[in-house]
Design a protein around this ligand. Structure first.
Ligand code: NAI
Length: 343
């Protein structure tokens, strides 16, 4: 009998509960051995416990070291700090892995198979920001500090290079802006090149590109890239761009891997504009669940899940509205579960 695995489940906000339900239905149909501990965060955390990241949720992840998470709403400008960023910091989730693979062919870009690996804890995301008031304007000047460290860059680069070797990637591209931010992003580039020369030379090809050129090249000819490795802010932007190449945010999963835990989620947000309307595409979270199964060395189940998603979308042609289809979340989930069960 497969050993049971304790895992934290955070339904999240907006479309979160709908896509989490769909994912649970698929995992149940697969016979995935999870014992879920359901917890709240984001707006749902504020409503239920007065905190966007309740202590019970943190305690649960500390115990299970594993979580599947729906999107969490973060107010822009003021309000509370992103619970996603806090979770990454709390559990030192230093690596963000975002694969983008074409599942529905015939889009603007076909046969995409790319991975973005993003540093998740440093750079301009550390939250060292403030305003300087001048002449009665409280927001006259805005300042932010970015910090990248040699050690932080190295552990992310090491994770990425190991992934590249394990998944047979041919080329790794370091993305930076070391021509302008010579220190802040230069340290990342320099550390990557040094690590490659010392430990990985010959295992794959390494090159580098400046972030702005990278954005253009991704749109003109994305097939020239295989794995992109970059700092926090650039990684955030590029992974959404890359998601767009494979049919949008509804198709893009993400894994946050760290020293103390691993948290799997969709790249997209809580999509308040379609929440509660049975319109959400659950594929991104389903693919995140596949990454979670792989992380737990349940590769066969991950393969079955991916195949069932592929068949549902391309053989049965059951698709949600964002993919040009007419199916609702529930109908898509039913079709997927039928595929998984082989009925
Ligand atoms: P969003 O990703 O929620 O939505 C952008 C657009 O994509 C919307 O039109 C939405 O309807 C559509 N969309 C997103 N996911 C979809 C899906 N699965 N199926 C069909 N359509 C989908 O980005 P937005 O509106 O900027 O952010 C909304 C909230 O989500 C904000 O509070 C933001 O902070 C939060 N957010 C949370 C993330 C997380 O928890 N990891 C990541 C990104 C944003």
């Amino acid at each position: 009998m497969t050993q049971r695995i304790a895992a934290t489940l955070i339904p999240g906000d907006g479309i979160g509960p709908e896509i989490v339900d769909a994912t649970l239905a698929a995992l149940d149909a697969l016979g995935a051995p999870f014992d879920w501990d359901r917890q709240q965060a984001g707006l749902a955390g504020v409503k239920s416990a007065g905190d966007p990241l309740p202590q019970a949720t943190l305690d649960s992840i500390r115990r299970t070291r594993l979580a599947l998470k729906g999107p969490l709403e973060t107010p822009s400008g003021g309000g509370y700090r992103s619970s996603n960023v806090r979770l990454r910091e709390e559990f030192q989730l230093y690596a963000n892995l975002r694969p983008a693979r074409t599942i529905v062919p015939g889009g603007r870009f076909d046969k995409i198979d790319l991975v973005v690996v993003r540093e998740n804890l440093e750079g301009l995301y550390i939250g060292h920001e403030h305003y300087i008031p001048i002449d009665g304007d409280p927001h006259a000047v805005a300042m932010a500090t970015g910090i990248n460290t040699r050690a932080g860059s190295r552990r992310l680069l090491e994770f990425a290079f190991e992934q590249a070797v394990a998944s047979g990637r041919k080329k790794v591209t370091l993305v930076h802006k070391a021509n302008i931010m010579k220190a802040l992003t230069g340290i990342f580039l320099e550390t990557g090149q040094e690590l490659y020369e010392r430990k990985y030379k010959g295992k794959f090809e390494l090159d580098s590109v400046i972030i702005d050129a990278c954005a253009m090249k991704l749109v003109l000819n994305p097939w020239q890239f295989d794995m992109l490795v970059t700092t926090n802010l650039f990684g955030d932007i590029l992974s959404d761009l890359v998601a767009g190449l494979v049919g949008g945010l509804g198709m893009a999963p993400g894994a946050n891997i760290g020293v103390d835990a691993a948290i799997f989620e969709a790249v997209h947000g809580s999509a308040p504009d379609i929440a509660g309307q049975d319109k959400a595409n659950p594929t991104a979270l389903l693919l995140a669940a596949a990454l979670m199964l792989e992380h737990l060395k349940l590769g066969d189940m991950a393969l079955r899940l991916r195949k069932a998603i592929d068949d549902t979308l391309n053989v049965d042609r059951v698709r949600t509205g964002d993919l040009g289809g007419t199916a609702g979340t529930a109908a898509f989930t039913q079709a997927l579960v039928r595929r998984i069960k082989g009925v």
